[in-house]
Write a protein that binds this ligand. Structure first.
Ligand code: ATP
Length: 911
């Protein structure tokens, strides 16, 4: 009874939540209705209770396929239908055992496929979790980042530019807050938001005090309380029950489909040919039909589709382990073809750990600041001698501006081993350290000058402003890129001097910030920076050092070896960018840097003319990133571009591989990207490229292997048919080799670890067929070697008058052993098969299983009957093994010559 009562109270609560016009209520009324508080948010226990009541904040997702479904899907292929037909034919002709064997082989094949797909599915699931939308909330008085799935009504959202809205919410506080609602209303221009209430009948698109799931914040800051989640949200209401769309086929998948079609044609042709020859030779119809069907089976690389899924999934998993989370499958292969990487500087090439090392004051004074990291220990030196900042009004003004125009917090070490840390933007954190070194207390200063209003920093204006209260009225402090801040300063002389000083600092790889103050301005900041033009008084320049990441130099070198051009695209000063690019090897002799203004002045043709030489694009407007991507794509380059801000989204989406930053990246940037790197590190992108290449190479190895097997079998059978020999292999033997022996080697080949040369060859040309001409030549050589050893052995043994059943068993074994040797061959284009053999344990496992299976087929009496085999004497097994090894030696010799010509060409290049 009690439980029933409680349920009805809960459902009333739920009903109420669905019916209220949140936009018509005041913020306080909304907070009261959802029983929450702006200061503390909900308690974690209350969140759990509400999650239990309303369920997770999610629309229904596609259910993972059950194992039975995956298993049954393995039978859904024309090839399998053909095998069923073959089994039926065999049965009706009285070959009951053959019929059963075919069914069993099909069954084992389906089991192998299910196992592989199960693995692939699992790793995809794990990745999906990593790409979930994250939101910042206030819970129990503390800010936390949680999965949007865990939001409940009453949660307080802490919102900033680039955040994706995870639920519908009523705004409580805003500062220059704008939201793009294109996804919901189709309105492409961002909508400014406010907190005041609207009339109850206001249309959705005009509700200025609401934010909705599916939209995102383009600028400013705000807080809002969640009022609807999951199905209760506006998108939830319009979302039909259909599940998310399937991902479109990637070019590689399309290439594979194309390849599959060619093979089907070849197989049909083969079928007709075998039937015709058999008929002409007067072979019994049933026998020739079975052989024709087995031939078809041998031409078709049945393991390929599943292997491709596995290869891509495993590639994604390996990339995730190295810090690159793939959001779209296509990225795995596109990465392998990437030949230009446009990368941000701060945080990606450098550590994003700022330390102020240089100061310039309006009177032309230049100072150095010592110390490292965020620890507030250091001296200020002017002309080499220490000065006391407490007595220096100009310095104190600069430090004060740094403290007030700031949203970061410094955290002292909490134990012996740890360091001072920054919560928030490192650029701002370093200003707090600077102030402490200069003896300006942070909290006291902030208390003394309470903030009245602000214009948050954005990468377009490259500035930030705060309006604070002082005894006389209000003051506005500005900080930002020198060119931007100095634009607002009236004193032309000062402007010039400061810009020249800035250039000197920038050439030492320092990141620049200029400071200014506006006093006697009593209007509010709502009119933006324009209203401040000509009224700002320059306070000084600050140069920050951001150490390059130590691993980047090596990553840049690897890029060059791999035929990939690294390009820096930075919001920083041109000279800062160029100096850092030189240190890292991105800018080389003859390379140039271009800034946003210069780029804007270039025509498309002029840009194309210079493109090769530009290794640094500086002070670029985010929209210009798109132009850079377009310019390179016009040259058919495959471009990877990094980004983090909301304005980077168009360029990220347009790039062939958009790479979002996992730490500093906004949700919008992540949504627009194909991969997210969790450590924001350039070296991780290069690792991901390597993995992308590996996936492609491994698939090529597999094709080489599977098609090689098929062709060798065809040649052997055709040779027998044409030369009038009895058929060297029974139909079930061919099926066994194709489905079981090959099946056990598919996974090992796609799991092959990198051999180390992946980044020493040029990118994989886009549009290159998967079976390249070079690969085809290699394949032909292998197939000829295998066919020669198998047929030669067969003909020789027959000529000795040995019983046919034994010769057939031996021939069957020669061909099976050929496959094993060939799997080892396929692993590398130039390295010996013996090199690094034990690095791939899968291949050892595959060989052991394959051998055990084969031993069973030859030596287990019940299987002898089924597979038309007889036990072989041990000595003969050795002879068989040696004969089959021909393909290994042929490849070893070829590889030896390839390596020798490699060395010769390196020597020739050196000379
Ligand atoms: P990258 O694109 O390579 O990461 P970046 O991060 O330096 O470069 P932005 O963050 O857009 O690019 O910064 C551009 C410029 O804006 C900086 O050089 C600096 O002068 C200024 N700036 C950066 N952060 C702030 C901030 N929090 N407040 C004011 N100005 C800033």
């Amino acid at each position: 009874m009690k439980k029933q009562n409680q349920t009805s109270i809960e459902s009333e609560e739920r009903q109420k939540a669905l019916e209220l016009h949140w936009h018509a209520l005041t913020p306080q009324e909304v907070l009261t209705s959802v029983n929450s508080s702006l200061e503390t948010g909900l308690s974690p226990e209350e969140v759990q209770r509400r999650l239990g009541l309303f369920g997770p904040n999610a629309l229904p997702e596609k259910k993972p396929r059950s194992i039975v479904w995956v298993f049954l899907k393995q039978f859904q292929s024309p090839l399998i239908y053909l095998l069923f037909l073959a089994s039926g034919v065999a049965f009706s002709l009285g070959h009951r055992t053959d019929s059963l064997v075919i069914l069993t082989i099909v069954f084992i094949n389906a089991l192998i496929g299910t196992f592989q797909e199960g693995r692939a599915q699992k790793s995809m699931e794990a990745l999906r979790h990593l790409t979930a939308i994250k939101v910042r909330v206030l819970r129990g008085g503390l800010e936390a980042v949680v999965d949007a799935r865990e939001l409940v009504s009453g949660d307080i959202l802490v919102l900033g530019g680039g955040d994706a809205m995870g639920a519908d919410a009523r705004l409580l506080e805003v500062a220059a807050f704008e939201v793009s609602e294109a996804a919901l209303t189709g309105e492409s221009v961002p909508v400014p938001k406010e907190v005041s209430s609207c009339p109850p009948d206001t249309l959705l698109a005009d509700r200025r005090n609401m934010v909705y799931a599916g939209t995102h914040v383009t600028a400013g800051r705000g807080r809002a309380v969640v009022v609807a989640t999951g199905f209760g949200t506006e998108v939830g209401k319009i979302a039909t029950l259909t599940t998310t769309a399937e991902e479109p086929k990637t070019p590689l998948e399309q290439k594979m489909t194309q390849f599959g079609r060619t093979i089907i044609w070849a197989a049909s042709l083969m079928f007709v040919l075998v039937m015709a020859i058999g008929f002409l030779r007067g072979l019994p119809f049933s026998e020739i039909l079975m052989v024709a069907i087995s031939q078809v089976v041998s031409v078709i690389p049945e393991g390929l589709p599943v292997a491709m899924t596995v290869a891509l999934a495993m590639g994604m998993q390996r990339m995730a382990r190295r810090g690159a989370i793939v959001r779209r499958l296509v990225a795995v292969e596109t990465l392998g073809s990437t030949n230009v990487i446009c990368t941000d500087k701060t945080g990606t090439l450098t550590r994003n750990e700022m330390t102020v090392t240089s100061i310039f004051l309006p009177e032309g004074r230049q100072m150095e600041m010592t110390g490292s990291g965020y620890e507030p220990e250091g001296k200020i030196l002017e002309d080499g001698s220490e000065i006391d900042p407490r007595k220096d009004e100009a310095l104190l003004n600069l430090f004060r501006a740094g403290v007030l125009c700031n949203d970061a917090r410094l955290i002292p070490p909490n134990d012996q081993g740890s360091h001072w840390r920054v919560l928030g933007d490192p650029t701002e954190g370093s200003l707090l350290t600077m102030a402490l070194k200069g003896g300006v207390p942070i909290e006291d200063t902030q208390r003394k000058f309470p903030r009245l209003a602000e214009i948050p920093f954005d990468s377009v204006s490259k500035m930030m402003a705060v309006q604070v209260q002082d005894e006389k009225g209000s003051l506005i402090f500005l900080k930002g890129a020198p060119e931007a801040v100095l634009e607002l300063v009236l004193d032309e002389q000062m402007k010039k001097r400061a810009l020249t000083a800035g250039e000197k600092m920038a050439a030492q790889a320092l990141r620049l910030l200029a400071f200014a103050v506006v006093d006697g301005f009593d209007a509010d900041l709502g009119k933006g920076f324009e209203a401040l033009r000509g009224r700002a008084r320059f306070l000084g320049l600050v140069g920050q050092f951001d150490p390059p990441r130590p691993e980047v130099q090596e990553a840049v070198r690897r890029c060059r070896d791999a035929g990939i051009l690294p390009i820096m695209v930075t919001g920083d000063h041109k000279l800062t960018g160029l100096a850092v690019a030189r240190i890292l090897g991105i800018a080389r002799e003859g390379d140039i840097a271009l800034d946003g203004r210069e780029l804007a002045e270039l025509s498309e043709a002029q840009l194309q003319d210079q493109l090769d030489r530009i290794s640094v694009f500086a002070r670029v407007h985010p929209a210009q990133k798109l132009r850079i991507v377009n310019a390179w794509q016009a040259r058919k380059a495959v471009v990877a571009m990094t980004g983090d801000g909301v304005n980077d989204a168009p360029a990220l989406a347009k790039a062939d591989v958009g790479v979002a930053m996992g730490i500093t990246g906004t949700e919008v940037a992540k949504e627009a990207s194909k991969i997210v790197i969790t450590d924001d590190n350039f070296a991780t992108i290069v690792h991901a490229v390597e993995e992308g290449r590996l996936v492609y190479r491994n698939l090529q190895k597999l094709i080489l292997y599977l098609v090689g097997t098929g062709i060798s079998e065809i040649v052997v059978l055709f040779a027998a048919l044409l030369l009038g020999y009895p058929l060297p292999l029974a139909a079930v033997q061919i099926l066994w080799i194709n489905l079981v022996a090959d099946g056990t080697m598919t996974l090992p080949l796609v799991m092959d670890p990198p051999e180390g040369s992946e980044m020493r060859s040029p990118p994989i040309p886009r549009g290159e067929p998967i079976l390249t001409r070079q690969l085809f030549k290699r394949l032909s050589l292998m197939a000829i070697a295998m066919a020669l050893s198998t047929f030669g052995y067969y003909a020789y043994r027959l000529s000795l008058g040995i019983p046919f059943a034994q010769v057939q068993t031996e021939t069957f074994t020669v061909l099976a052993v050929c496959q094993w040797f060939n799997a080892l061959n396929c692993r590398s284009e130039r390295q010996s098969a013996f090199q690094g053999l034990f690095r791939n344990r899968w291949i050892i496992g595959g060989l052991v299983i394959g051998n055990l299976f084969h031993i069973a087929v030859i030596y287990a009496p019940p299987l002898n009957h089924v597979f038309h085999t007889v036990p072989l004497p041990f000595g003969q097994v050795i002879a068989v093994g040696l004969t089959a090894s021909l393909v290994l030696w042929v490849e070893e010799i070829r590889k030896y010559f390839v390596r020798r010509s490699d060395i010769a060409s390196v020597v020739a290049r050196r000379l």
